[in-house]
Design a protein around this ligand. Structure first.
Ligand code: HEC
Ligand code: HEC
Length: 335
C-alpha cells in the first residue's frame, strides 16, 4: 500500500508547488511597465507572508488596537467605508478619506497630495501619525523582536538578526505590491472573454469622451495631480498639492484615484464628501471644465453601469490577500 501513499503524496506536492508558484507580482497583458524598482526589493514568498501578517496585526499600533487593515480592509478594496474621514487609535480623526490600495506598483507618488514618493518609506507615516497608529518605530521593532512568530518570519525573509526598519518596510511593501486588481468584467471584455451590454457600451463611450483624459485605461488613473472642480471643504481647508510644491497652480489639485472597485470603496473624494457614485457623476455633469455637454439622466445611468464593470470581486475576496491569522492563533489569544 505504501506506493499508493507515495503516489498520493507526490500529487499533493505537485499541487502545493503549483500553488506556491502563483506569481506574487505580475504585469497583466497590455499594461504599462511598473514604476516600482523591484531590483532593490525582489518579491519573495517569505517577504509577502511577513508583510501580510504585519498589515493585519494591531501590534503595530501604540495601544495594540488598530492595524493597517482597520482603515484598509480587503473587503473594501483595501480602504474603509464606515466613515468619510479615517479614525485611528483612541478614535482620533485625521482629515482625509483612506485610499483604496491596489495596483500600487504603477504609482509614482502616494497620498492624496503626493507627499511620499517611495512605497517603502510610505508606511512610516501612518505608523507614527498620532491620528493613525500612533507608534514609535523603535518600540514596534522591539515588540517584533520579542513576539512569536516574527523572529522566525524575519529570519525566513531576510536572514538572522535582521529585524530592522528597512526590512520591516520592505516586507510591508511586497505585500502591498501584490494587491493587483485585474479581474473585473472590463478586464474580461479586454481579453475577449465577455462582452458589454449595450448600456455598458454607451457608458464606455461617455467615459472615453469625458473621463478618460485623467482616469486613463487600463489603470483608470494616471500619475499626476489635477483639479476636478470640487470646491474646498469649509471645515478642513485642505488645498491638496499646494503645501508640497508651494506653487499657486497646485492649489486644490489632488492625486487622481483609480475608478476600479468603486462599489467597495465609497465614500468618494479625498474627504469622502460624496456618498453615492451618482453624486460624483452629478458633480462632474455640473462642472463645465470636465463635462462640456451635460449628459442626460439616462446617459448618467449608462456611464454608471460602465463604471460598475470595473468592480473586481475576485480581488476583494482573494484568500491569499485576506486576514492571515488562523483559528489556532485566536484560540491562543483566548477568543
Ligand atoms: C487610521 C486609518 C489608517 C491607518 C491605520 C492606516 N492608514 Fe493608510 N491611509 C489612510 C489615509 C486617510 C490615507 C490617505 C492620507 C492622505 O492622503 O493624506 C492613507 C493612505 C495610504 C497609502 C497611499 C495610497 C495611495 O495610493 O496613495 C498607503 C500605501 C497606505 N495608506 C498604507 C498603509 C499601511 C501600510 C498602514 C499600516 C502601517 C496604513 N496605511 C495604516 C488611513 C490609514
Ligand atoms: C481633470 C481630470 C479629471 C477628469 C477629466 C475626471 N476626473 Fe474624476 N477625479 C479627478 C481627481 C483629481 C479626483 C480626486 C479629487 C478629490 O478627491 O478631491 C477624482 C475623483 C473621482 C472619483 C472618486 C474616486 C474615489 O476613490 O474617491 C470618481 C468616482 C471619479 N473621479 C469619476 C470620474 C468620472 C466618471 C469622470 C468623467 C465624467 C471623471 N472622474 C473625470 C480627476 C478627474
Amino acid at each position: 500500500m505504501s506506493w499508493i501513499k507515495l503516489f498520493l503524496g507526490l500529487i499533493v506536492l505537485f499541487f502545493l508547488g503549483f500553488k506556491a508558484s502563483e506569481k506574487l507580482f505580475f504585469i497583466p497583458n497590455g499594461w504599462p511597465a511598473p514604476v516600482y524598482d523591484f531590483s532593490k526589493n525582489p518579491p519573495t514568498q517569505a517577504k509577502f507572508d511577513l508583510g501580510r501578517r504585519l498589515f493585519y496585526d494591531p501590534i503595530l499600533s501604540a495601544d495594540s488596537s488598530t492595524s493597517c487593515s482597520s482603515c484598509h480592509s480587503n473587503f473594501n478594496a483595501f480602504t474603509h467605508t464606515d466613515h468619510a474621514i479615517s479614525h485611528g487609535i483612541h478614535d482620533r480623526t485625521g482629515k482625509r478619506n483612506s485610499i483604496a490600495l491596489f495596483n500600487l506598483a504603477w504609482k509614482d507618488a502616494f497620498f492624496w497630495d503626493g507627499a511620499a514618493h517611495q512605497l517603502d518609506v510610505q508606511a512610516l507615516a501612518p505608523l507614527t501619525d498620532s491620528n493613525e497608529l500612533g507608534s514609535q518605530v523603535t518600540e514596534v521593532l522591539h515588540r517584533l523582536k520579542t513576539t512569536a512568530p516574527y523572529p522566525s518570519l524575519f529570519q525566513k525573509a531576510f536572514g538572522r538578526n535582521q529585524i530592522n526598519t528597512q526590512n520591516f518596510l520592505k516586507a510591508l511593501a511586497i505585500f502591498e505590491l501584490g494587491l493587483i486588481s485585474n479581474q473585473s468584467k472590463y478586464d474580461s471584455v479586454q481579453r475577449n472573454e465577455a462582452s458589454f451590454t449595450s448600456q455598458e457600451k454607451n457608458g464606455y463611450a461617455l467615459f472615453q469622451k469625458n473621463c478618460q483624459r485623467c482616469h486613463e485605461e487600463p489603470l483608470f488613473r494616471k500619475n499626476g495631480f489635477e483639479k476636478n472642480g470640487l470646491p474646498m471643504h469649509p471645515a478642513f481647508n485642505d488645498v491638496g498639492r499646494f503645501p508640497i510644491t508651494q506653487k499657486n497652480s497646485d492649489s486644490l489639485k489632488f492625486s487622481i484615484p483609480s475608478l476600479r472597485n468603486l462599489s467597495y470603496s465609497y465614500p468618494y473624494f479625498h474627504d469622502g464628501r460624496a456618498n453615492r457614485l451618482m453624486d460624483v457623476l452629478q458633480h462632474y455633469n455640473a462642472t463645465p471644465s470636465i463635462v462640456q455637454n451635460p449628459m442626460t439622466k439616462n446617459e448618467l445611468i449608462d456611464l454608471q453601469s460602465f463604471l460598475l464593470t470595473l468592480n473586481d470581486l475576485t480581488f476583494v475576496f482573494k484568500k491569499s490577500l485576506g486576514y492571515p491569522f488562523d483559528d489556532n492563533h485566536s484560540k491562543k489569544m483566548g477568543h
